[in-house]
Design a protein around this ligand. Sequence first.
Ligand SMILES: *Cc1c(COP(=O)(O)O)cnc(C)c1O
Length: 362
Amino acid sequence: MRPARALIDLDALRHNYQLARTVSGAKALAVVKADAYGHGAVRCAKALEAEVEGFAVACIEEALELRDAAIGKPILLLEGFFEAEELALIDQHDLWCVVHSMWQIEAIERARLARPLTVWLKLDSGMHRVGLHPADYQAAYRRLQASGKVGKIVLMSHFARADELDCERSAEQVAVFEQARAGLEGEVSLRNSPAVLGWPQLVPQQQPSDWVRPGIMLYGATPFEQEQALAARLQPVMTLESKIIGVRELPAGEPIGYGARFITERPTRVGVVAMGYADGYPRHAPTGTPVLIDGQPSRLIGRVSMDMLTVDLTDLPQAGLGSRVELWGKNVLASDVAALAGTIPYQLFCNLRRVPLVYSGA
Ligand SMILES: *Cc1c(COP(=O)(O)O)cnc(C)c1O
């Protein structure tokens, strides 16, 4: 059997969730969209279900996957519904629903619902992606209230630049939010992972009844480019690993792999690893990207191909056929690999495919 696999440590997942709770002092929706950032939504949700207040997903298809797996906790649809017809399923499965546009409010007004809908009313406080304009926010709130269809309304917005620790923009977004929601009753939800970890001071009126929405931090990866004290307390959940399936000795001056992107500078012992971009390992990871081989640090050399990649074994005489290789995990941080490959750990995790997920921890 091909040795490539992703180990998923559910104890680490729970540790990271509790960290989000502790540092925020708020209720926390565990964001498990995109198959829990590649970690397997059902297994992750089951591991967290006893301790979370709820989950968040991108769309109803993802929510129904959780409901089909008997997950009974609240589930928030982060983009609400895409078509009015989805309201019947939202009602039937008791899902919570972001509302970010006037057409959604009109659809709710027209809908026939068996129970009051829980709405998270989203303000565009400056990200300019989805969300109601500040000038329309109060009117939207009143219309939902007057519709007779809605129970609770949570007031929410989303940060565009919370991962930039020296940036004023998040504070400006909070000011826009505070002004738009002045006088409105409701719990508040602003913070994603970087805001939970990096901006504890940002929501001065934070109440224990408010909500945070941690995603990437649950999976143990930092959202920041630089070191950050709280992010250092996260435990990586996924270990992407494989084994050495071939070894060859080359003299100096020999090319390795597609495009001869690496030429040996010295007599080199090359290890071939069963892992490639078809598994989600980034093709743009350059020579020098760290790997761990039988617990010893080494580096990627040459171009990543679809099913294999090559590593430098020259200084690791003990390593050879069958040696275990960590591509990212507890020792090689996914955020470091991502930065070298010109991307973010979110994308590395979401791109994972073909490798079996192997769970540990109850
Ligand atoms: C994905 C998402 C989150 C989680 O973001 P992280 O940066 O992964 O913590 C929170 N809120 C909304 C609206 C999202 O779409």
